[in-house]
Design a protein around this ligand. Structure first.
Ligand SMILES: NC(=O)c1ccc[n+]([C@@H]2O[C@H](COP(=O)([O-])OP(=O)(O)OC[C@H]3O[C@@H](n4cnc5c(N)ncnc54)[C@H](O)[C@@H]3O)[C@@H](O)[C@H]2O)c1
Ligand SMILES: O=c1ccn([C@@H]2O[C@H](COP(=O)(O)OP(=O)(O)O[C@H]3O[C@H](CO)[C@@H](O)[C@H](O)[C@H]3O)[C@@H](O)[C@H]2O)c(=O)[nH]1
Length: 446
């Protein structure tokens, strides 16, 4: 089938590559010329495991191509996917300008029936706005063409995006037209083979489902971070509590890892947007507000602990392991590392940082500054550091040579923002070790 995708970011590019992989003829449209040039030249603008190979393979096979030509995009696909950004506006609401710009572009260029599939995360009622925007342009052109608008939110996780798309837990489709529902069932057939993963519903429910999923996951994380704060005060170990509650299948082990807060381009923005939606319809979203407040507090936890340990941080050097908001991505949007580094800089401390893939992104965000030293290896970052803060749980950081680490650091103090190390082992290795919601073990005397 012929598919056009507007937006070649995480969602658009993964959707395009995966739909091409199963044999569709996909054209990706983006307004960013540099991105399209890079994609045409065989490069991929983001780090996502497996994506570059898949893009290259399908481009070579002629099933996947890229353009900035909007008219060509509208002419190409029966399906017109919208996968552009919906960043937070100043008041926390989702900014729909890019989504509506695509809707108008489709209206300007379409000459035949089109199915507009919204994959961007958008507030309830957006499909109506898309329909109005598109119909308004058609009307100004004096054209009476048929089209449908479908809500098809995306649930992929960065770092595991290809796998999530190819083997989805569910595919949510919100539509009011049975014929369109059938066409989407055919398009998604290859991802829906063993048992039916399509969850069909009305459009507004599909739009809300996306926010509900992210808000529920964010709630689990903030809940566990709340438990970690309680555990610290009460002398309990949140990791034992996590295992104890996760064993209950009604709770489950997923998304109950305490840490230094959730980041990324989705949870923070989507929780904010749902809070805004709630307020705008006269509902006080008490749970969501608490989820956000706990997360803001949690992102400050490593800095609070460093301050409690050292008092004044001016002139100190802190090694930061991990810059990306989570492992297997170079994305630093809303990353806890940013909150930590910015607080350290405000205190007059120097950061020596390492991340396996996000250092270029860090440089792009912060530029060159004397209090940020990006280091080629984790060990180099730790050299001469007063303390080490682990922010992102990359596998690379899981089993360092602790003896060598102790020797290169100025003082053996570790703040573990993801609870990856064993407190007893750290004590045995001679470290002063602070984790999230775990009792402290006194280090073995040297
Ligand atoms: N990143 C994720 O993991 C993820 C997962 C599920 C859903 N989402 C949602 O999907 C949407 C896209 O997210 P993303 O992370 O892929 O965004 P992104 O910022 O990585 O990419 C968006 C792309 O859209 C392009 N664009 C903007 N206006 C355009 C236009 N008029 N025509 C064509 N292209 C245009 C931009 O140049 C950019 O390349 C958001 O609503 C997001 O909340 C994201
Ligand atoms: O137990 C956990 C799980 C995650 N996190 C943090 O939560 C954030 C988000 O992680 P994750 O959900 O894995 O990454 P995203 O790529 O942001 O994916 C989320 O956001 C996407 C965009 O909407 C959705 O499509 C996905 O289903 C949803 O998981 C990261 O900072 C993680 O460190 C925790 O602190 N504890």
């Amino acid at each position: 089938m012929k598919v056009t995708i507007f937006g070649s970011g995480y969602v658009g590019l993964v959707t395009g590559a995966c739909l091409a992989e199963v044999g569709n003829d996909v054209l990706c449209v983006d307004v960013d010329e540099r991105k399209i040039d890079l994609l045409k030249a065989g490069g991929v603008p983001i780090y996502e495991p497996g994506l570059e190979e898949m893009v290259r393979k399908n481009t070579a096979a002629g099933r996947l191509s890229f353009t900035t030509d909007v008219a060509a995009g509208v002419a190409h696909g029966l399906f017109q996917f919208i996968a552009v950004g919906t960043p937070p506006d100043e008041d926390g609401s989702a900014d729909l300008q890019y989504v509506l710009a695509v809707a108008r572009s489709i209206g300007e260029h379409m000459e035949d029936y089109r199915i507009v599939v919204d994959k961007s995360t958008v507030p309830v009622g957006t499909a109506d706005k898309v329909r109005q925007a598109l119909a308004g342009v058609l009307e100004s052109r004096g054209r009476n063409l048929e089209f449908d608008v479908v809500s098809n939110p995306e649930f992929l996780k960065e770092g595991a995006a290809i796998d999530d798309f190819m083997r989805p837990d569910r595919i949510v489709v919100g539509t009011d037209n049975p014929r369109t529902a059938e066409l989407l069932r055919v398009l998604y057939g290859p991802f829906n083979r063993n048992h039916d993963r399509l969850v069909m519903m009305d459009i507004r429910s599909a739009e809300l489902t996306k926010y509900a999923a992210n808000a529920m996951l964010a709630t689990k994380i903030s809940f566990m971070n709340e438990m970690s704060a309680l555990a610290e005060k009460l002398g309990a170990d949140v990791e034992a509590v996590r295992r104890g509650i996760g064993a209950d299948p009604r709770i489950g082990y997923h998304f109950i890892y305490p840490g230094c807060g959730y980041g990324g381009s989705c949870f923070p923005k989507d929780v904010k947007a749902l809070i805004h939606t709630g307020r705008s319809v006269g509902h006080a979203p008490a749970v969501l507000e608490a989820v956000e407040a706990v997360n803001d507090r949690q992102k400050a936890v490593l800095h609070d602990k460093l301050k409690a340990h050292f008092g004044d941080l001016a002139g100190r050097t802190i090694a930061v392991w991990g810059l990306a908001f989570k492992p297997n991505t170079d994305d630093m949007r809303e990353a806890p590392s940013r909150v930590l580094m910015e607080a350290l800089w405000a205190d007059g401390a120097t950061v020596r940082a390492h991340d396996p893939v996000a250092m270029e992104e860090c440089e792009r965000i912060y530029g060159e500054r004397p209090d940020l030293v990006l280091c080629a290896t984790p060990e180099e970052a730790a050299e001469g550091a007063d303390a080490l803060a682990l922010v992102t749980e990359w596998n690379l950081f899981r089993s360092p040579d602790f003896q060598a680490l102790r020797e290169i650091m100025k003082s053996p103090v570790v703040f573990d923002g993801r609870n990856v190390y064993d407190p007893q082992r750290m004590a045995d290795e001679g470290f002063i070790y602070h984790a999230i919601g775990r009792p402290e073990v006194n280090p073995r005397p040297a």
